[in-house]
Design a protein around this ligand. Structure first.
Ligand code: AMP
Length: 117
């Protein structure tokens, strides 16, 4: 069994979080350290530590994450202006929490995707 992170506790409502969507497959909640006016994390309820651990059995959950991202972007009023979806993987990818998650960021101009330095 992969190791639990605080995201499992959020999914089980054991620690506080602003949950914006939840069903049997995924949970979406506000990032505690928002980097933009809208910053939501969309996570599979099942623990998948990183993208490297994804298997074909996860395809439905991962596809559903995009469907919910689009729904939340509409609800947040950022769909027309645009937004960014990010999935960090491993140390070089800047991943801090080892429970796969998609960042939904928007509500301001986000600029270039990567700083070229
Ligand atoms: P990453 O660097 O892609 O692993 O992103 C982890 C994200 O989780 C960061 O943006 C954190 O601000 C966020 N985060 C960590 N702990 C919590 C928490 N308890 N509730 C909400 N967001 C969190």
């Amino acid at each position: 069994m992969p190791e639990e992170t605080m995201f499992s506790k959020i999914i089980r409502h054991e620690i506080p979080a602003t949950i914006l969507f939840q069903d049997e497959r995924i949970t979406a909640f506000a990032d505690i350290n928002a980097q933009a006016p809208t910053h939501i994390l969309i996570v599979p309820n099942k623990i998948i530590p990183t993208v490297n651990d994804v298997t074909p059995a996860d395809e439905a959950d991962l596809g559903h994450m995009f469907v919910v991202a689009a729904k939340l972007a509409k609800e947040q009023g950022i769909a027309e202006q645009g937004y960014r979806l990010i999935v960090n993987c491993g140390p070089d990818g800047g991943q801090e929490v080892y429970h796969l998650h998609m960042h939904l960021l928007g509500g301001r101009r986000l600029g270039r995707m990567l700083k070229m330095n």
